[in-house]
Ligand binder design. Structure first.
Ligand code: SF4
Length: 148
């Protein structure tokens, strides 16, 4: 039996009414940041929002996810593509890894092409620090278009 990876997903509260369609599709298709699980079974053991700026739920949500077996936490792609992207994303990443000794991955589903176009116009991701943040969810243009 293939190894089952248990993951928790935290979404940006701006998208709190999101039903998770793109994230669950990407997980099923193993696209974007979920490509890393292409040879593995995956179970989502937690799904919640950050709690709204400045992310009050970040401090507590992972505790519950970890108790439920999570070994990886994903920040949903909304953290990256929102206008503006979450200004605390790196802090949250480091906080969770240090506090909970758990891997944190930037992103879930592929960045939709419409966001890619707009953020290029805005120069949002020009700073080299964004390279590693957007890398798991950039994908190819055809895939990005399919997530518009
Ligand atoms: S921008 Fe960041 S802190 Fe604010 S709601 Fe979104 S994820 Fe949470």
């Amino acid at each position: 039996m293939a190894e089952t990876i248990k993951i928790g997903i935290i979404i940006c509260d701006r998208y709190k009414s999101c039903a998770g369609g793109k994230c669950f599709r990407a997980l099923r298709e193993r696209e974007g940041a979920f490509e890393r699980y292409k040879d593995k079974d995956v179970e989502i053991v937690g799904y919640t929002s950050c709690g709204g700026c400045p992310g009050g739920n970040i401090e507590y949500a992972v505790d519950e996810m970890k108790k439920n077996g999570a070994t990886v936490i994903h920040f949903a792609t909304g953290f990256i593509v929102g206008y503006p992207p979450c200004p605390y994303i790196e802090y949250f990443h480091d906080y969770i890894e240090k506090k909970y000794d758990i891997e944190v991955i930037y992103g879930t589903h592929p960045i939709p092409e419409k966001y890619m176009i707009m953020h290029k116009k805005l120069g949002t991701w020009k700073d080299p620090k964004w390279g590693k943040i957007i890398e798991p969810t950039v994908t190819d243009k055809k895939t990005r278009l399919s997530y518009d």
